[in-house]
Design a protein around this ligand. Structure first.
Ligand code: ADE
Length: 228
């Protein structure tokens, strides 16, 4: 999978790319390209943003700057990009990121992520260059970088080989293996601590009973905290 992130702060991704599962994915040939809008601005003095027409607070990423960065990366008119790849703009109003969307995205050969800063994007960027908007929650971040990292983290850990143990991404919270429910509780040694015992069934070695218990726990958790 080839992921490109467009941002004004590529250095913010340094920690992220050093994460084990991301490093594993990159080692396996997946790529994470970081493109700084500022490196491609056609404006003098490195300008990338401007004040909103009609007034209002904050600054907006300019459409000509984003176009120049996309052209430099893909060597085509970016209005043609959505025909060939998903171009996701990170915005608070977008489609909420969930396990279903993550599964959709991990099946893509390539993704482009556009991070906004300041007040966000000139609307024409979203209308003409992006295929969709994605939000990581109904709150406003100062920029799209953290949201892009959240999305990339969730997607890249599902790439085969990224976690190093394939089962863990299959049977986890919100997966179809657990009927979309949150994951069941886990325990490790010691088997008893301060009088708090690990559920007996987990020590039984009886795999069918353990599976049954885990599914029942996941269902109970889903009932306690129904998803929005
Ligand atoms: N940019 C600013 N806030 C955001 C959010 N909640 N999700 C995605 N991108 C954002």
């Amino acid at each position: 999978m080839e992921v490109d992130v467009f941002t004004l702060f590529p250095e913010a991704f340094g920690w992220f790319t050093s994460q084990r599962h991301v490093a594993n994915a990159l080692r396996d040939g997946h790529t994470l390209g970081l493109v700084n809008y500022r490196d491609h601005t056609p404006l003098r003095s490195g300008q990338v943003d401007d004040t909103p027409f009609g007034g209002g607070a904050g600054m907006l990423l300019r459409v000509d700057v984003v176009e120049a960065a996309l052209r430099a990366r893909y060597a085509i008119d970016p209005v043609r990009l959505p025909a060939g790849r998903r171009v996701l703009a990170l915005t608070p109003r977008g489609r909420l990121l969930d396990d279903e969307l993550v599964d959709e995205l991990v099946a893509e050969p390539s993704l482009t992520l556009l991070c906004g800063r300041y007040e966000g994007f000139d609307e024409r960027i979203l209308e003409h260059f992006a295929t969709e908007e994605v939000s990581i929650g109904r709150y406003v971040l100062a920029g799209g970088e953290l949201a892009a990292m959240v999305l990339c983290d969730a997607v890249m850990r599902k790439l085969p080989g990224a976690l190093g143990h394939e089962q863990s991404a299959l049977e986890e919270s919100f997966s179809s293996a657990l009927e979309g429910a949150p994951e069941y509780p886990h325990y490790t040694r010691p088997a008893e601590y301060r009088g708090w015992p690990v559920p007996e069934v987990l020590l039984s070695g009886h795999h069918a009973r353990i599976r049954e218990w885990r599914l029942a726990q996941a269902r109970a958790a889903a009932e306690r905290r129904p998803l929005p």
